[in-house]
Write a protein that binds this ligand. Structure first.
Ligand SMILES: [Zn+2]
Length: 435
């Protein structure tokens, strides 16, 4: 193991002390220097002195996406803008973008984090890595670029687009690492074949680092099979720094979190209460190294959990599980949190039904969801006249949902092609009275 792994193999007691100290400094720094946080702390009648140890973090208010939008463009800054050397922003399809400003030190720290993420995935200074993320306001391209350079790998900053040329250079440069979105990696494999090339034989790729969009296990295996590589996923978001929050090692059993640089919390998205280790909830992150635009207790909206126990690879840092959903999609039914993605996963296990489904919500007089009906289309092959068979299938789906999410919704099988098709994001959730 080279030096890149030191911080991920640190003694856990030492790590706890380091985290605590860095958190206290961050809280003080934000309060003293960021107009946004001074105001937020004051509005919540809390001072930095109340945070004496790590667990006191829960006394501090959360930061939400709308807070960051309202602080547009530079209200979050904790240094004079002349000390900011780079600005990134989220593309944001609605409302104002979210802005992140970096000091020179922030950029060094960020590069180091990304370098560690790449090292965990098996990248070394002997690798040649092609970055096929777009270079621009989006943090993916520049984030991976500087992290890989920091690791002293050879970087090919291709950016996105121009697939044929990407494929030619990748072959000629004997590129060993591909950095892209998972869907682009699949697309490239297909394009290579169309050019008469064999992705496995004609290329030198051995590793893929994927991020920027969710990657299902099926998709990962598909990429690995197509290219003959090890595909790892990593996680990050512009709001807290960009890529470099966590990433997989080659065990592919969850993403190692850089705990010396981020304080992670898992909360119940409905109440904001902390959840016990191992339980699934909303990820809240506090970066504890940033000077420029500090962020405290940022509610990511991503649903995950901290995986109990140590990884087989020998690194001591804790792992977060893959993102299973977004809080924006959460429905609370009789106190149970339900995500459309969970239902979708159960349905995908039944070959008799199609991916077309919707959740119909029935509410009580007070507006609480008291009942959910899952409407799902049968596939043409799954369609049958036998009432008993259909009833049995409904019951099976219902049982499977109950055993995964402790909720027994009604299940209604629909004829093939009977649910409304919409362009763009389909309407998965409808209110009962709308029907
Ligand atoms: Zn590991």
């Amino acid at each position: 193991m080279n030096d890149w792994h030191n911080m991920d193999c640190v003694d856990r007691e030492e790590l706890a002390e380091l985290r605590e100290q860095k958190l206290l400094n961050t809280v003080k720094w934000a309060y003293q220097n960021s107009p946004f946080y001074r105001e937020k702390f004051q509005n919540n009648s809390v001072t930095p002195e109340e945070v004496k140890e790590l667990k006191n973090i829960t006394r501090l208010p959360f930061t939400t996406k709308s807070d960051l939008r309202e602080s547009y463009p530079f209200k979050l800054a904790a240094v004079p803008m002349e000390q900011i050397v780079r600005i990134h922003a989220s593309s944001g399809t609605t409302g104002k973008p979210i802005v992140a400003g970096y000091t020179k030190n922030d950029l060094v720290e960020w590069s180091r984090l990304v370098a560690r993420t790449c090292a965990l995935a098996g990248v070394t200074s002997r690798d040649t890595a092609q970055v096929s993320f777009g270079y621009g306001l989006f943090t993916g391209g520049f984030g991976l670029h500087y992290g890989l350079e920091y690791l002293e790998a050879t970087v090919v900053p291709f950016s996105s687009g121009n697939t044929e040329r990407q494929l030619s250079l990748m072959k000629d440069f004997q590129t060993t690492v591909l950095v892209s979105t998972p869907s682009f990696a699949l697309y490239m494999a297909e394009a290579a074949r169309e050019m008469g090339l064999d992705p496995k034989k004609d290329y030198s790729l051995r590793l893929g680092l994927f991020g920027g969009e969710p990657c299902s296990e099926n998709m990962r295996r598909e990429i690995e099979n197509q290219w003959g590589i090890t595909a790892t996923v990593n996680y990050g978001l512009t709001e807290v720094v960009g890529p470099g929050v966590s990433g997989e090692c080659t065990c592919q059993e969850g993403m190692h979190l850089h705990e010396d640089s981020f304080i992670e919390e898992i909360i119940d998205p409905a109440t904001g209460e902390s959840l016990p280790e191992g339980e699934s909830g909303e990820l809240v992150l506090t970066p504890i190294f940033k000077e420029g635009f500090p962020v405290i207790r940022y509610r990511t909206g991503d649903i995950t959990r901290i995986i109990p126990g140590n990884c087989r690879c020998g690194h001591t840092t804790r792992r977060m599980d893959y993102i299973t959903g977004r809080t924006d999609d959460m429905i609370i039914v009789k106190g149970v949190n339900l995500f459309p993605s969970q239902v979708e996963e159960v349905l995908s296990g039944f070959k008799e039904v199609s991916p077309h489904y919707r959740l119909v919500l029935h509410r009580s007089d007070k507006g609480f969801v008291k009942d959910v009906e899952v409407q799902v289309e049968l596939t043409p092959e799954g369609f049958t006249d036998s009432f008993q068979e259909l009833e049995k299938l409904e019951q099976n789906i219902k049982n499977r949902i109950r055993s995964t999410i402790s909720l027994a919704p009604r299940v209604k099988l629909m004829e093939p092609k009977s649910l409304e098709r919409t362009t763009g994001k389909s309407r998965r959730i409808v209110e009962g009275e709308d029907l």
